[in-house]
Every structure is written in C-alpha cells, then in structure tokens.
Design a protein around this ligand. Structure first.
Ligand code: HEC
Length: 328
C-alpha cells in the first residue's frame, strides 16, 4: 500500500511538472498571475503648441483613435464620427466578438470621461495596454503596435487628448468572456527604455508610419502586410488587403493611386469599404503618404490574393474564408 501511495504521489508530481511545462510553453502564466504592469509616475507632459498640433494630427489621422473611440456614421463614405461625439467613446459594434468591448470616453468629462486619469496613466494605456485601474486593455486597441510610438509623439497625443472639449457620454464597462478575458492578460508589455523618433530619411519614416497606421494588414504570421484580417460590423464584412508589392498585392499602384486611395477611399472607380480609415488618413500630409508608399514598396512581396468583390472561399494561406481565397 505504502509503495502504491508513493507511486501515485510520484505520478501526480510528474503530471504537475508536465502541466507547468505545458503552460509555460503555451499560454504562459499571465492568465493566472495577471498582466505585466509598471507603476505609473506623476510625470506631466509639458503643454506646448507644437505638441498640441502634432497630437491632433496623430489622433485624427494616422492613429485613428476616433474610429474606435467615437460613434461613427457608417451610412456615409468614410464613416465620419457623429458630430459632437469625437472621442466620447462607444460600445464597439463588432460582429462575433467574445463579449462586449467598450472603447472608453477619452474626453476630459468629469463624470464620464478621462479627466481624473493622469498623463502617465494615459501614456501607459496607449503603449503598454494597461487601463488606469491597472487591468488589461483588450488588444482590439492596438497598443502592441502603438508601443513603437516615439516618446515625443506619445506626449503629443496625451497633450492633445487633454485639450479636447468634454463630452458627457455614460457607457457600460467592457465585458470580455471567459477564458478570453484571462488569455489576453499575456498581451500587455511595459515599455522600459526610451523610444526615439525615426531617423530623418523617407524610408525610416515610412516604416514608422506604416507600423503605427496599417496594423490591420499585418496580422497573419508568415504573411507580413499581406492582409487577412476579417473585420465584421455595421460596415459589412471584409478582409484586409495585401499591401505588399506582389501581383496579388498593390504592385500596380503608382504613388498617386496610393495617395488617392488613402485619402478618398477610391482606387480608380472601385470604392473601398469605410472600415479602411481613409476618413482619417485624408488628414495625412503628402510627405507622410509618400513615405508610406515608398516603404510598402520595399516590403517582401507575398502572394496572397484577397478580393472582397468576390464570394468568400477558403484560403489555405490565412486559413479563413475570403474573396479569391481558393486561388491561394
Ligand atoms: C481599433 C480600435 C481602437 C483604436 C484604433 C484605439 N483604441 Fe483605445 N481602446 C479601444 C478599446 C476597445 C478599449 C477598451 C478595451 C477594454 O475595455 O479592454 C480601449 C482603451 C483605451 C484606453 C484605456 C482607458 C482606461 O480605461 O484607462 C485609452 C487611454 C485609449 N484606449 C486611448 C486610445 C488612443 C489615444 C488611441 C489612438 C492613439 C486609441 N485608443 C486607439 C479601442 C481602440
């Protein structure tokens, strides 16, 4: 009996070790012990006119904060924010989401907005994925991309958010279903060192801008910037397009086609779906759009045909159904 007891104990210990190894190499321990969080500091970003202007440019343009943090009018081309509700938050109208994601009110409204959140709480939320209360931000908010936002640009975004008019807009809290709510705790990561701006040359700037602004096109491992993200909601259901310079991507775009597409949502006579934020990108300067064009043309070409005008069929490359999927 004693021997059997020891064998059982040994087996149980073995199983525990196996389980520990399995957790370490699969979901990791964050679902159990919580996200990686750094303590906030009491730093305050100096309010300068340069930062205010740069912050407005980033928030209303490249970073598309308003697309998620404001209710939009999806009946209009470019889906503008509902008048007077810019940055006032909304329950995200997403099809097939595991729960309810609420993009909070970022305006400095005392009852329903962000007035009580410190500069560093906002900064930590934007780049590191931690809410003001220390909990995890669902990675629908692209903080894993915003982590490359330079320190100066981050300060500018916060300075601008502080300057907008308060809007009263009570919203419920997000509720993410189990077990997704626990699994996402592995996503936040503190930014521990300085993040400098990109070097002052066109390609480096283009890379910086594309990394921050074009994340929906860069979601499938092994298919960098070759599209494949399914986006469903009041705009319909579309899959993000291949941006690489391949025949199945946008090699046929001239610089002018690119700039026009990003500003107007038209590629020739073809109309893009308004989930592509051309309603925001229209605010980008010629210089920035040209830098983005130059950079995407240096990407590794990837063959991945995505055509939202065709009926969705299974694609073995991104393992989803989308227009022209069976041709891949
Ligand atoms: C693709 C949609 C999307 C974009 C783009 C986006 N956000 Fe968010 N954001 C969200 C959602 C959804 C949440 C809440 C997630 C949750 O509750 O887990 C959130 C949370 C936040 C929070 C956390 C607030 C708190 O509770 O402390 C801040 C701050 C924030 N966003 C700021 C920004 C800023 C600034 C930008 C632009 C630089 C931005 N977001 C862009 C969707 C987005």
């Amino acid at each position: 009996m004693r021997r059997r007891g020891r064998v059982l104990l040994f087996c149980a210990a073995g199983l525990l070790v196996l389980l520990a190894v399995a957790i370490t190499f699969t979901i990791g321990w964050r679902p159990f012990i919580g996200p990686r969080v750094r303590a906030t500091t009491n730093r305050q970003f100096e309010r300068t006119p340069e930062r205010l202007a740069r912050g407005k440019y980033l928030v209303q343009g490249l970073l598309s904060c308003e697309v998620c943090h404001s209710p939009s009018d999806w009946t209009q081309h470019g889906a503008p924010s509902v008048d007077g509700m810019e940055l006032a938050g909304q329950t995200m109208p997403l099809a097939g989401f595991p729960g309810t994601a609420v993009a909070p009110n970022l305006t400095p409204d005392p009852q329903t907005g962000a007035v009580a959140w410190t500069d560093d709480q906002l900064a930590r939320a934007i780049r590191e994925g931690i809410k003001h209360d220390g909990s995890t931000i669902f990675p629908l908010m692209p903080y894993f991309e915003f982590k490359t936002l330079s320190d100066e640009d981050l300060a500018s975004v916060v300075v601008y958010l502080r300057s907008v008019a308060p809007v009263r807009n009570p919203l419920p809290a997000s509720k993410i279903n189990f077990p997704v709510n626990l699994l996402v705790q592995g996503v936040p990561a503190p930014v521990t060192g300085p993040v400098p701006p990109p070097a002052n040359d066109q390609l480096a700037r283009g890379k910086y801008l594309v990394k921050l602004g074009c994340g929906c096109h860069n979601v499938v491992d092994k298919l960098p910037y070759a599209g494949g993200e399914t986006l469903g909601g009041p705009w319909g259901s579309v899959v993000s397009a291949n941006l690489t310079p391949d025949a199945s991507g946008i090699i046929y775009y001239s610089e002018q086609t690119f700039i026009t597409a990003l500003r107007t949502g038209y590629v020739g006579a073809r109309k893009l779906n308004s989930i592509m934020p051309f309603g925001e990108f229209k605010n980008l300067t010629d210089d920035d759009l040209k830098a983005m064009y130059a950079y995407v043309h240096t990407l590794q070409p990837v063959k991945h045909r995505v055509d939202n005008t065709l009926i969705a069929t299974y694609c073995k490359l991104c393992k989803q159904k989308h227009g022209a999927g069976e041709e891949n």
